[in-house]
Design a protein around this ligand. Structure first.
Ligand code: HMG
Ligand code: MG
Length: 302
């Protein structure tokens, strides 16, 4: 019995654009957020409050958060790896605060070092006050776990490492957790093993799948997660993206492709596929390239 409804978080403005070499104007990012919410997305990962030296593309974080015109019922999330990031996110007037912040760790030590410049244990120490302060201020907290099936530096990652990180995240008050296949190497049984290790610490309602499509496995991994009852997923319109510290990794699975899969199985998303395709065309044209969505490509060529 698969879930009858799925919530998709479009992470395109953040995960999708963070690795883009050409400067993307804040206005374009804001335009993408507006199109996504008009297409029916109920949560959008807008930007990240990280070091502009590490990720220059997200340096306009405050500008983007200021520029979006919020739609009632839509939640806006941002990445905050440390107190400095959270303080920057909360420096804005309250109505521009994110609804949810994301602290992001890794199931592999090497990736933790490369991505956030500290060990897994140190990352949890850094996240603890971020989580506490966010929650005191009424902001929800999600934890992202990178490299839950494979790491670009360490190779295969054991489910026990995922369980260990999930337990640490739970221990500091993280409410929801992403099981991410950062480099897209996972296959269904491996993804299910990572999910099951996470299920030992979080309810199925609080777990999301975050699949990159590097090896073309993201949709089948989505189905594998659905089989376990997982009903929250992250994806990027037009399949944008890649992580700057995961060389060769492509973008997230395209939101259009996930929506087509889900609607085809009678699973509700609240998303209008045509309008979503328009959002993907908008950002692809702004970047001067073709959409990475197979479904959008097929429907646009019909
Ligand atoms: P650090 O260098 O260890 O931090 O970076 P530090 O505390 O030693 O500070 C060094 C400098 O950075 C200082 O500036 C700080 O002020 C500044 P300086 O004195 O040299 O001028 N700094 C900051 N500036 C702005 N905002 C901040 C901030 N923090 C410090 N928040 C840090 C540690 C985590 C900040 C750094 O490593 C970093 O920014 N990393 C970027 C990580 C990132 O954004 N990765 C991509 C997102 S994760 C991802 O894509 C995976 C995901 O999608 C799931 C998946 O697919 O796996 C979520
Ligand atoms: Mg990602």
């Amino acid at each position: 019995q698969l879930p009858s409804r799925v919530k998709l978080v479009d992470v395109g403005p953040r995960d999708g654009l963070q690795n883009e070499k050409q400067p993307v104007p804040a206005e374009t990012k804001i335009g993408l957020v507006h199109r996504l919410q008009d297409a029916g997305l109920r949560e959008i990962e807008v930007t990240s409050f990280v070091s502009p030296k590490w990720v220059p593309q997200m340096a306009d974080n405050a500008h983007v958060m200021h520029g979006i015109v919020r739609k009632p019922g839509v939640r806006y999330s941002v990445l905050t790896p440390n107190m400095k990031g959270l303080e920057a996110a909360l420096a804005a007037p309250r109505e521009e605060w994110p609804n949810e912040i994301v602290v992001f760790g890794a199931a592999s030590e090497a990736f933790s070092q490369r991505n956030i410049n500290c060990s897994i244990a140190e990352s949890i120490e850094r996240f603890a006050p971020v989580v506490a302060t966010a929650r005191e201020n009424g902001i929800d907290v999600r934890g992202a776990m990178s490299c839950t099936v494979g790491c670009p530096y360490e190779g295969e990652v054991a489910p026990a490492k995922v369980g260990y990180l999930a337990q640490l995240m739970k221990g500091i008050g993280v409410q929801r957790i992403d099981v991410a296949d950062t480099i897209g190497v996972g296959t269904p049984r491996k993804v299910q093993a990572a999910m099951e290790a996470t299920l030992a610490h979080f309810s199925v309602d609080d777990i999301s799948g975050h699949f990159h499509d590097t090896y073309g496995q993201a949709l089948v991994n989505t189905l594998a997660a659905l089989e376990l009852g997982v009903w929250n997923f992250q994806s990027s319109s037009a399949g944008l993206g890649g992580c700057p510290y995961a060389k060769g990794a492509t973008g997230n699975v395209a939101t259009e492709d996930v929506v087509y899969l889900l609607h085809g199985m009678g699973i509700e998303t609240g998303i209008d596929l045509d309008r979503l395709i328009d959002a993907g065309v908008y950002i692809s044209e702004a970047l001067g390239r073709k959409t990475g969505s197979r479904v959008a490509t097929a429907l646009l060529n019909k």
